[in-house]
Design a protein around this ligand. Structure first.
Ligand code: PMT
Length: 402
């Protein structure tokens, strides 16, 4: 999968930089064209001569070559790459990447990269466990970067713990799997319906009942399905996100009833339907045609009526060959409630996320999920960026659709 791929290998100044030499060799052996970008501190650990000999390219480290004045364009490099791998990534470089401190060529290249970025941290166990490092790593994850978690084991300090950079062979495997998913176009020829965002239920011309859904989870799913070759119809409640790139038709709706109507138009042809929207269960019975005045009413009662359950309505009329996936956003009894939704809504899989987990659920860039299938399988995932969570969910869908 790596044959012909343009890869930027970013090396920062840590003892694990010695492993970057093996990583470079493996990438070149796999047929990748590798451009090494190294920080000034990185050069204290391995020499550019070794790296340029193995990559067959001059190593980039400074913004320009001192004796000729030749400018090294981080923008061009960022555009050239199919992916960027930063291994090892020290605590200091991670902090700079997380906060946009563009004081060396590697960080400017990272900030300019349009391609997926993989980051393999390496440091002493206490640095790794420090809240500032954890926060910076979570920030990078939330930007959609892929974190290749370090292993536990013997560290250069002589201590034992989590902080060893993942082995070069494993890093190559991660990259290989990533490109395999994209290039296999495993969802080519499939139509995928996805609901995303909140619904707004009007009270009067200026007020509504809504919720905190940002649409990020549903949009990440749409982007991932499109990346894998699917034709995606994204039925979206009111959000402020741009439509994902690729073969995605976005249908904007406001209320639950509008969302149901839009979904009904495409449901029968859909091979997969993912109900990720946070749909209001109730709507005001009457919508005032003018702004309701405060007047001197000491209190006010709104009569609400049940909205249609989109997932359950469509689940009841599903046909063979379709895969239906719902979400369950819970605050308690997560597994019991999630399983009950799976059955009641005739779903093949339910993705449970809990408001009790920090970083999960609404609005943020991360989520933590447990997937339960109708066949009884159950799999929990750690906190990840919504981009990564979307890839995990689509992997699970592909497994049950086989
Ligand atoms: O948009 P983000 O800010 O990224 O947040 C993501 C998310 C938290 C909204 C998402 O991960 C999520 O959990 N979505 C479902 C939220 C929800 O409404 O859960 P629920 O447990 O109330 O509903 C269960 C399932 O039935 C869901 O698939 C929902 O889309 C569907 N449903 C619910 C009510 C209704 N009237 N019609 C429906 O189709």
């Amino acid at each position: 999968m790596l044959k012909g791929k343009h890869i930027i290998l970013g090396i920062t100044g840590g003892i694990a930089a010695y492993k970057s030499v093996s990583l470079l060799r493996l990438l070149v052996k796999a047929g990748a064209e590798v451009q090494v970008v190294i920080t000034p501190a990185g050069k204290e650990f391995i020499t550019p001569v070794t790296l340029s000999a193995l990559s067959g390219k001059p190593v980039v480290s400074e913004f320009f070559t001192a004796n000729t004045g030749e400018w090294h364009s981080h923008v061009d490099l960022g555009l050239w790459a199919d992916c960027m791998v930063i291994a090892p990534a020290t605590a200091s470089s991670i902090a700079k990447m997380a906060n946009g401190v563009a004081d060396n060529m590697l960080i400017t290249t990272y900030l300019s990269a349009k391609s997926p970025v993989f980051i393999a941290p390496a440091m002493d166990l206490d640095m790794m466990a420090h809240p500032s490092t954890r926060r910076n790593i979570e920030a990078l994850r939330s930007y959609g970067n892929h974190i290749i978690e370090p292993e536990s084991g013997f560290l250069a300090s002589g201590l034992i713990g989590k902080g060893r950079m993942e082995e070069p062979e494993k890093i190559v495997e991660v990259l290989d799997r990533f490109f395999e998913k994209i290039e296999n176009q495993s969802l080519a020829g499939k139509k995928v319906l996805i609901t995303a965002g909140p619904t707004y239920e009007a009270i009067d011309p200026v007020r509504f009942i809504g919720n905190y859904s940002s649409g990020k989870m549903g949009y990440a799913l749409a982007a991932e399905a499109a990346r894998r070759g699917a034709e995606v119809v994204l039925v979206s409640g009111p959000v402020s996100l741009p439509a994902p790139e690729g073969n995605v038709t976005r249908v904007d709706v406001t209320s639950a009833r509008e969302m149901l109507t839009a979904c009904e138009k495409v449901f029968d042809e859909a091979d997969v339907a993912i109900f990720c929207a946070a749909v209001a269960d109730y709507a005001p019975e009457h919508v005032a045609d003018h702004k309701i005045k405060r007047g001197d009413m000491p209190e006010m009662t709104l009569k609400l009526v049940r909205n249609p359950d989109i997932a359950a309505t469509l689940g009841a009329r599903r046909h063979g060959g379709q895969t239906l996936v719902g979400f369950a956003l819970e605050t308690d009894d997560e597994m019991v409630n999630g399983r009950s939704k799976l059955e009641r809504k005739h779903l093949d899989m339910v993705v449970i996320n809990s408001m009790r987990d920090a970083g999960a659920g609404f609005s943020g860039d991360t989520n933590k999920i447990t997937v339960v299938t109708a066949a009884g399988d159950e799999k929990s995932f750690p906190l990840k960026s919504k981009t990564e969570v979307a890839a995990d969910i689509i992997d699970c869908i592909e497994n049950i659709s086989r």
